[in-house]
Design a protein around this ligand. Structure first.
Ligand SMILES: NC(=O)c1ccc[n+]([C@@H]2O[C@H](COP(=O)([O-])OP(=O)(O)OC[C@H]3O[C@@H](n4cnc5c(N)ncnc54)[C@H](O)[C@@H]3O)[C@@H](O)[C@H]2O)c1
Length: 320
């Protein structure tokens, strides 16, 4: 089984490549190393791993490595609302134009399986208590989420059956990974609670679902292994029990690290507020997450308290 992973050096990609290799896949990673390539260091000795430094836009640099038996997991993107606001042209070029080029290549090569990694941010702001299922109307609030929705629509309406695609809408991810991000809620809050003994948060009652980075990688593996059940399907990836308000995350951190100051501010750019249902992936693929937000908090506490990372201000940990 050969898989091309775009965005292989990123937060999810660097964990996913390791899990796919441990499952016996041959993995080709491509990444333009926006946040450096240290996350690849433990992978490069692996006989079944090959890395190409490059932009997904330039398909000629990797098209010869793909044949009809290759699967593609497409992660490479400008990720997150702040990054898409800061570099909108780059967001459109990577998330729309380059993604369409990767899809065209996948169609041309008649590949077995294309997994498009999308986001639950597509639900935006949901009214009412009912968790959003895959059928809910999408309400993307940022350029980032708008580009994800456009590609979802492109696959469903333009590509249709020309390619075996699956769309995975991930909950907000947390936990440690070879490329660590401290701009994701659980990781960010936990690190600041320990380092600054203070958190500044807005919209403390806004809801969102959370999922561990290893559970995400395992969902991708499950999808690759169950093509018959996942072709032309959309799945939310997470666990319905892991929908939390920001204040719930703060309270979980307090339980683990002790008390710290919390300042509530009125202004904030991010207005997302949604609860999500993850019953479809459980029902169809028997998918279960193993880790919880509390596990993720403990991982970050370990990394910070043992000084495994100390340079928290380094821009490599932040997407914008
Ligand atoms: N982290 C989350 O909470 C989350 C939630 C939902 C969905 N996702 C999706 O998962 C995917 C990966 O997210 P992540 O958190 O690992 O982000 P990340 O920023 O850590 O990883 C993205 C990687 O893509 C690379 N990249 C960007 N543009 C590229 C290009 N044009 N060519 C080649 N490489 C390029 C970057 O260098 C980076 O290594 C994204 O598609 C994102 O939308 C992430």
């Amino acid at each position: 089984m050969k898989v091309l992973v775009t965005g292989a050096a990123g937060y999810i990609g660097s964990t996913l490549c390791r899990i796919l290799l441990s499952e016996g896949y041959e993995v080709i990673g491509i990444d333009k190393l926006l946040f450096g390539g240290e996350s690849l260091l433990g992978l490069l000795q692996h006989n079944n791993f090959r890395f190409i430094k490059g932009d997904t836009y330039n398909t000629s640099t990797y098209e010869d490595l793909i044949n009809s038996k290759t699967s593609i997991v497409h992660l490479a993107a400008v990720v997150g609302e702040p990054a898409s606001r800061k570099i909108p042209e780059e967001t459109i070029k990577t998330n729309l134009e380059a993604t369409k080029k990767v899809i065209s290549l996948a169609v041309k090569k008649k590949i077995k399986k294309f997994v498009f990694v999308s986001t639950c941010s597509n639900y935006g702001k949901c009214i009412g208590e009912k968790p959003a299922t895959e059928e809910f109307e999408l309400n993307p609030l940022s350029l980032y989420a708008k580009t994800k929705v456009q590609i979802e629509n492109y696959l469903a309406n333009d590509i249709k059956d020309k390619l075996n695609w699956t769309i995975l809408r991930l909950a907000t991810v947390y936990g440690i990974s070879p490329r660590l991000r401290f701009d994701l809620t659980v990781n960010d809050f936990t690190m600041h609670a320990i380092v600054d003994k203070k958190l500044v948060i807005f919209l403390p009652r806004s809801n969102r679902p959370y999922v561990h980075v290893v559970d995400v990688a395992e969902a991708v593996d499950l999808v690759l292994k169950n093509m018959n059940l996942t072709v032309q399907e959309i799945f939310n990836v997470g666990d319905t029990k892991e929908n939390y308000r920001k204040i719930d995350i703060v309270n979980k951190i307090k339980k683990i690290v002790g008390d710290f100051d919390v300042e509530f501010v009125k202004k904030g750019e991010d207005l997302r507020d949604y609860k999500v249902s993850f019953e479809k992936i459980k029902r169809k693929l028997n998918y279960k997450t193993i880790r919880t937000v509390s596990n993720g908090i403990k991982e970050i506490v370990f990394v910070v308290k043992n000084e495994i990372i100390t340079d928290f201000d380094d821009k490599k940990y932040y997407n914008a």
